[in-house]
Ligand binder design. Structure first.
Ligand SMILES: *Cc1c(COP(=O)(O)O)cnc(C)c1O
Length: 360
């Protein structure tokens, strides 16, 4: 039997999440954001379910071309745009839409001799100060693009810095709406948090990422089920060793956990080299044989320790869920001082992944 650690990716959960997001989106089209190899789930693996979206957004041009090679006919958007003129030509050949967020990209697009014009998503910096033009430059760029021979159609976009907060989009949205005034051009601004909590930000294209994979975009609210979302990734392993501790015995590197009473400790085949967060402290929740318990001591490269004291029936071979339908990745992330996004994206290549399509 191989090492028992494996991830399962549930395509039926993606389909169910997309249906929930569609309801929030109303008449807006849905761009499933699938950067970082579909948030660690594997873009090609998820594609059969992602086909239900109107578009898929990625960062690397190779991932975008992979979507076309797999026959995806919807919009494919490069979220950071093309990095040089050559990439623009590739985009034209494969009908890839590009974000234009910066003056150099505008120059490249104006100069390039393309076999066919592109769909361009012009990006406003609405206060995040990462990518995008400020309002004045945005208006000038828009005027250039509206008459550019290399532009087939235009979408106006921005990205919110704080859509996870109750009052998080008002200022940015007002700025975006002012910048978009004039001729009707499709607009796009809503990530998962904005789509779920700020209906006014819907626009013509919504761009959910994390919610597609059934995790929560809200740091303070780590229950995706309350949002109607189903976790797509399940990370499971088994107990491969059991240790009986006396009072005063320590567990793992640095002896960071010391038993204050006799305890049973299960050693699980999963460590930080698999993508489990090394910073998860003692007590980080984990499901063993269907019951919640906690980790003990430091997570090591290939192993972690869990408390089996409350689970006398559990032993070598007991199933372990690190995260999944019974324990949200957001809960584990919160315990480890991070967000579900980071844990999902960090799933290591060495972890075997199987695709399941559980019935609803
Ligand atoms: C990542 C990203 C999204 C999706 O964000 P989520 O919080 O995962 O929904 C949307 N738009 C842009 C520009 C992004 O970079």
């Amino acid at each position: 039997m191989p090492r028992p650690l494996r991830a399962r990716v549930d395509l039926a959960a993606i389909a169910a999440n997309l249906a929930v997001l569609r309801r929030h989106a109303g008449a807006a089209r849905l761009m499933a954001v699938a950067k970082a190899d579909a948030y660690g789930h594997g873009l090609q693996r998820c594609l059969p379910a992602l086909r239900a979206a109107d578009g898929v957004a990625v960062v690397e041009i190779a991932q975008a071309m992979g979507l076309r090679e797999a026959g995806f006919q919807g919009t494919v958007l490069l979220l950071e745009g093309a990095f040089d003129e050559h990439e623009l030509t590739v985009c034209a050949h494969h009908r890839l839409a590009v974000v234009v967020h910066e003056a150099t990209q505008l120059d490249h697009l104006s100069r390039a001799r393309l076999p066919r014009p592109l769909q361009v998503w012009l990006k406003l910096n609405s206060g995040m100060n990462r990518l995008g033009f400020r309002p004045g430059a945005f208006t000038r760029a828009r005027a250039v693009l509206e008459t550019a021979v290399n532009v087939e159609s235009l979408v106006l976009m921005t990205h919110f810095a704080s859509a996870d907060r109750v009052d998080g989009v008002a200022d940015a949205l007002a700025l975006f709406e002012r910048a978009c005034a004039g001729a009707p051009v499709p607009r796009s601004c809503a990530n998962s948090a904005a789509l779920l909590r700020h209906p006014a930000a819907r626009g013509d294209w919504v761009r959910p990422g994390i919610a597609v994979y059934g995790a929560s975009p809200f740091e303070q609210d780590d229950d995706p089920a309350a949002l109607g979302l189903r976790p797509v990734m399940e990370l499971v392993s088994e107990v491969i060793s059991v240790q009986a501790l006396e009072r005063g015995d320590a567990v793992g590197y640095g002896g960071a956990f010391v038993a204050d009473r006799p305890m049973r400790v299960g050693i699980v085949a999963c460590g930080y080299a698999d993508g489990y967060p090394r910073h998860a402290p003692t007590g980080t929740p984990v499901v063993v044989a269907g019951a919640i318990t906690g980790t003990l001591g430091r997570v090591s490269m290939d192993l972690l320790a869990v408390d089996l004291t409350p689970l006398p029936e559990a032993g070598v071979g007991s199933p372990v869920e690190l995260w999944g339908p019974n324990l949200s990745v957001d809960t584990v992330a919160r315990a480890a001082g991070t967000v579900g996004y980071e844990l999902l994206c960090a799933l290591a290549p060495r972890v075997p992944v199987s695709v399941v399509s559980a019935p609803d």
